[in-house]
Design a protein around this ligand. Structure first.
Ligand SMILES: CCCC(=O)SCCNC(=O)CCNC(=O)[C@H](O)C(C)(C)COP(=O)(O)OP(=O)(O)OC[C@H]1O[C@@H](n2cnc3c(N)ncnc32)[C@H](O)[C@@H]1OP(=O)(O)O
Length: 311
């Protein structure tokens, strides 16, 4: 009888209208703050749009890998208010990309991002506006990390302040050999506000996070690999035989993890995401629901028919 109930849930979730389907949908496309927290998204959006400049560019490829570029090179890719709004819109687009499997977040002109645009910051340097911007960015970056895509930040040049926080909103980080990630907030009389502090603790542990934030340490690839902030290093074209551009190397690196049909790769990300974010009993239930979306699905049936051996 209990098994029948579970099977029913699985079938409902596969049709996309069951409780598990709704739960998964809610988990992936919701941020942290809503009107319940007195968060008025329209108000802060309008305020941010008063600080234009630069753009966030999205390029979705047939390979299932999208490239999201922070593009404001004359300011070392600092995030203007307009770009914060842009980023939210691009994340919405990615939430609806059914064929997607992977995402690379990078900066234009071979540098990652120098944080929030200091001109905008100066104009809204009061606690109320700061907290509203923080809520807006935390919502966006939480949704970015929760995308059903395996994501990697490709760090070239510098990732400073909010730029360092951006790198933590991806599943992985690849660093170019001369790149630096630095949480410079302390030098600005600040702490992370875009969720980068909380995410950093989960990535490198609280001891290392305290060192990085308290010392505003420069993390180069060697230190990044040592503490687990970096997952790999992309080489310069001159140093190894024809490795391709940094972006090509990042695509190749990501390719290992996104090989296969989109529904299966998306399911992989959802299972890991729920394991990362939910208490164990909730994560187990979510895993069961996700399992129901792929069990007996086209990729599963094809694999069964081909009697493949995992040699
Ligand atoms: C919760 C979020 C908290 C935050 O993100 S607070 C912001 C933290 N970021 C910063 O403080 C970065 C400040 N900038 C720097 O340290 C340096 O500009 C940086 C990035 C190391 C690059 O140094 P250099 O290679 O010597 O280049 P440079 O200083 O001449 O910069 C080129 C142009 O870019 C501008 N720029 C760089 N970072 C900016 C930013 N965050 N906001 C606004 N403008 C920024 C810089 O002012 C310069 O412009 P211009 O050529 O003088 O008109």
């Amino acid at each position: 009888m209990a098994l029948c109930a579970v099977m029913l849930q699985i079938l409902k979730s596969r049709s996309g209208c069951g409780a598990w389907g709704r739960l998964l949908q809610r988990q992936s496309s919701s941020g942290v703050y809503s009107s319940v927290h007195a968060f008025d998204e329209a108000e802060i959006r309008e305020k941010l749009q008063a600080f234009p400049g630069g753009s966030i560019d999205l390029f979705k490829q047939d390979s299932g890998i999208a490239v999201l570029t922070v593009n404001n090179p004359s300011r070392m890719n600092a995030l203007s208010g307009g770009m914060m709004v842009d980023l939210e819109e691009r994340v919405s687009e990615l939430e609806n990309w059914t064929d997607g499997k992977g995402l690379i977040l990078c900066g234009a002109a071979e540098t990652f991002c120098s944080g929030s645009d200091l001109n905008a910051v100066r104009a809204i340097s009061n606690p109320q506006d700061g907290m509203k911007m923080s809520m807006f960015m935390q919502n966006t970056l939480t949704r970015l990390l929760r995308l059903p895509l395996i994501s990697v930040a490709l760090v070239e040049g510098r990732a400073l302040g909010g730029g360092a926080e951006l790198t933590t909103a991806c599943d992985f980080r690849l660093m170019a050999s001369d790149s630096v990630i630095q949480f410079v907030h302390k030098h600005m009389g600040l702490v992370p506000g875009w969720g980068g502090g909380a995410r950093l603790v989960r990535i490198v542990g609280s001891q290392n996070a305290l060192k990085l934030l308290g010392g505003a340490l420069k993390v180069d690839p060697k230190l990044g690999l040592q503490i687990g902030l970096a997952d790999g290093v992309v080489e310069d074209a001159q140093t190894v035989e024809a490795p391709g551009s940094h972006l090509e190397q990042a695509e190749k690196w990501l390719g290992t993890y996104i090989k296969g049909p989109a529904p299966v790769i998306q399911a992989v990300k959802k299972v890991v995401l729920s394991g990362r974010e939910l208490p164990l009993s909730e994560a187990l239930k979510t895993e069961m629901g996700v399992f129901g979306t792929v069990w007996g699905g086209p990729a599963n049936l094809q694999a069964l028919a081909s009697k493949s051996k995992h040699k």
